[in-house]
Design a protein around this ligand. Structure first.
Ligand code: NAP
Length: 312
């Protein structure tokens, strides 16, 4: 019988207890899953399912752990933990992906169709504005991983002209793919909407700075469900004030919860959402966790391993 430590805030325990047990059983893994903040004999734990919001920071007592399976897609807090020397997998979950696609498509459509204009119509003025078609709009998605590629695909299927950018070269049908520094310039050039789905790493900090915002179409829209540090906040605020950017929809921030006195809260051209773009869904995530543990027990390579050198 293997030991699995479920190291997450207590509020997650009930959500996962039964479905994780069922998922493990479905792949033939016999395990004790311990939902606890204080495991006994940590040296005999085989796997850790880990939420970065758990209080646990010291992984050194877990000498036999074969895999730390992160419950979240973002690993910036875990990948930099020096006590965590075990293999680390990030969460790639179909429910998380579907949620992100829906959130991003919803926010792109809000700006593309100018929905606010009609929703906020209180002046009784009958002033029809025919929205453009998606084929007339260029959306660029920075980051073409599990989430970015799915968002790019969904936007492409709605007939937006979609560009994407990633570290390695990609080929995605219906998406104009770019990579590298020159590729970033080409991807941003004249784009109407930019969606950030990059991970937070040393290489991606402030990636959307003043120079790169200047490449976008005048009045472009920024949508950031990636991570707060991807954008240079001062440059974004300046671009909103100069009307280079017409709106920023921001789900993630350098400091969360966003401090009460942060200018984003009150800026008329900013929509703040409280880090809700998407979340790991226990039903589908439990199957991912179980499959990775099955692989570990069968001596097969783990899925979705984090490359520590790259930070994601
Ligand atoms: P992923 O599969 O690891 O994909 C990351 C993408 O970013 C890949 O395409 C990667 O390029 C690209 N990339 C990384 N570093 C780069 C660099 N220096 N230059 C160019 N491209 C780079 O991650 P994911 O699962 O799609 O998740 C993306 C991020 O979304 C997470 O890290 C997290 O921060 C955020 N997120 C937010 C929420 C929310 O609710 N707001 C929820 C979940 C996730 P390659 O393909 O070449 O490796």
């Amino acid at each position: 019988m293997i030991r699995i430590l479920f190291s997450a805030p207590k509020t997650d325990w009930d959500d996962y207890r039964d479905i994780l047990a069922d998922a493990l059983q479905a792949v033939g893994v016999k395990a004790d899953v311990e939902h606890t903040l204080t495991p006994s004999s940590p040296e005999t734990i085989d796997y850790i399912v880990y939420a970065p919001s758990s209080k646990m920071r010291d992984f050194s007592p877990f000498r036999s752990v074969k895999l730390v399976q992160n419950l979240w897609a973002g690993v910036e807090d875990v990948a930099t933990n020096d006590t965590l020397t075990h293999p680390l997998a990030r969460m790639v979950d179909s429910g998380l992906t579907d949620g992100m696609v829906e959130w991003c498509v919803g926010h792109v459509m809000r700006h593309h169709l100018g929905l606010d204009r009609d929703i906020n119509r209180t002046d009784r003025v009958w002033a029809p504005v025919i929205p453009p078609l998606a084929t007339d709009q260029t959306v660029v998605v920075l980051g073409l991983g599990a989430l970015g590629a799915a968002v790019a695909n969904a936007l492409s299927s709605l007939k937006f002209h979609v560009r994407g950018w990633s570290r390695s070269e990609k080929h995605i049908a219906g998406v104009e793919c770019h990579s590298g520094e020159n590729g970033l310039t080409q991807a941003l050039h004249g784009a109407d909407i930019v969606v950030l789905l990059l991970p937070q790493t040393p290489a991606t900090g402030n990636i959307l700075n003043a120079n790169r915002i200047a490449l976008l179409a005048d009045g472009a829209v920024l949508i950031n469900p990636g991570r707060g540090p991807l954008i240079d906040d001062r440059a974004v605020l300046a671009a909103l004030d100069s009307e280079k950017l017409s709106h920023a929809t921001l789900d993630v921030f350098r400091v969360e919860p966003l401090p009460q006195n942060d200018p984003y809260w009150t800026h008329p051209k900013v929509t703040v959402t409280p880090h809700v773009a998407s979340a790991t869904r226990p039903a589908s995530a439990a199957r991912v966790i179980a499959e990775n543990i099955r692989r570990g027990e069968a001596g097969q390579p783990f899925l979705h391993l984090v490359d520590r050198a790259q930070g994601y």
